[in-house]
Design a binder for this molecule. Structure first.
Ligand SMILES: [Zn+2]
Length: 336
């Protein structure tokens, strides 16, 4: 009798225990779904792409297009004299409009540790001046050519308002490795917080970047600009710099998930519309109705769109007013 009862009891207990385990795992499951939704984009691991030694007349624009296809952001360290020779102010604004960042990489790519103090100052200051003459601001970060730096280099850079930015992954694509070799090197070191160094003067960088974005998709990895390179008051300095009849400038500063919607925030400024009301066009994909919004009197915008679950980035344009010229592309951004 006693044995039977305890057997019964045991069976009951086991049932209850199974039930409790089920309820707990259900709760855990639900809460993890909830947490994932609530934290949205922040749940991804953050990585930083950086491209040195540009701009290249063909490879840099192709690279920018590839980044947009994946909603990925990157930081560029162009060489000062190449910027002066090859790019217009509008090209540099285009890079910034699309959400990328800029740093100083010296004027002629010399080993700065071997330069006199005077030349060292020239190499960094001339480049910052060049960037300022094209964008309205001096960069906050620099990357020493070959990564070669000492206390003198760092002190002069600091005097010029710049912090040094190194890297954690360097596949040395200038040595012409195979894509497999480069990817092996990258994959072993690809982790949260990693900074990948590539060169936009090399063709090989394109297939390598293509492979990186395929193997480490932007649905799982958040490709951001290097924080040290962020420009204070970017909106004010870049807007003030803009002259009448020029195409607008702008930036998407934040994309966050709010329940079923994605909230986009940013700014757009057209000198031909000083009161604001600038139209922002948005395209998610060809099958979905396109949306348009307007900037307020502070030249800022905030709007929400539903989660289309289309898995491809949402692209934005600022409608140009004034002289008939192209609209300003604000890049493509992940909202999935
Ligand atoms: Zn370099």
């Amino acid at each position: 009798m006693l044995v039977i009862v305890s057997m019964e009891l045991l069976r009951q207990l086991r049932k209850i225990a199974t039930g409790v385990v089920l309820v707990i795992s259900l709760l855990l499951g639900v809460s993890s779904i909830f947490l994932n939704n609530a934290s949205g984009l922040e749940a991804k691991k953050i990585v930083y792409l950086s491209f040195d030694d540009g701009p290249h007349p063909i490879f840099t624009p192709l690279l920018l297009a590839l980044l947009d296809e994946h909603g990925a952001k990157a930081t560029f360290f162009p060489i000062g004299h190449r910027l002066e020779e090859r790019w217009e102010s509008d090209d540099l604004h285009d890079l910034l409009n699309r959400g990328h960042a800029l740093g100083n990489h010296s004027w002629t790519h010399r080993d700065l540790t071997k330069e006199s103090k005077e030349n060292l100052y020239f190499q960094l200051d001339r480049t910052s001046k060049q960037i300022e003459s094209m964008t309205g601001f001096r960069p906050n970060c620099f990357r020493a050519p070959f990564g070669e730096r000492n206390n003198n280099v760092l002190a002069v850079a600091e005097e010029l308002g710049m912090k040094h930015v190194a890297w954690t992954i360097d596949p040395q694509e200038w040595r012409e490795p195979s894509i497999e070799e480069a990817m092996e090197h990258i994959s072993e070191r690809f982790e949260n917080g990693a900074i990948l160094l590539l060169h936009d003067r090399r063709f090989l960088t394109l297939p390598i970047l293509h492979e990186v974005l395929k193997r480490f998709p932007s649905s799982e990895w958040d490709y951001r600009t290097i924080p040290e390179c962020k420009v204070d008051n970017e909106k004010t300095v870049r807007s003030t710099f803009r002259e009448k009849d020029a195409v607008p400038v702008g930036n998407v500063t934040e994309v966050v998930k709010i329940s079923e919607n994605f909230k986009f925030s940013g700014w757009g400024y057209d000198p031909d519309m000083p009161e604001g009301g600038l139209q922002i066009n948005l395209s998610a994909n060809s099958n979905i109705e396109n949306f348009s919004f307007e900037t307020n009197s502070d030249h800022e915008f905030t709007f929400e769109i539903p989660d289309f679950e289309i898995g491809s980035p949402v692209c934005l344009w600022l409608e140009n007013e004034g002289l008939l010229r192209h609209n300003t592309f604000l890049g493509c951004h992940n909202a999935s």
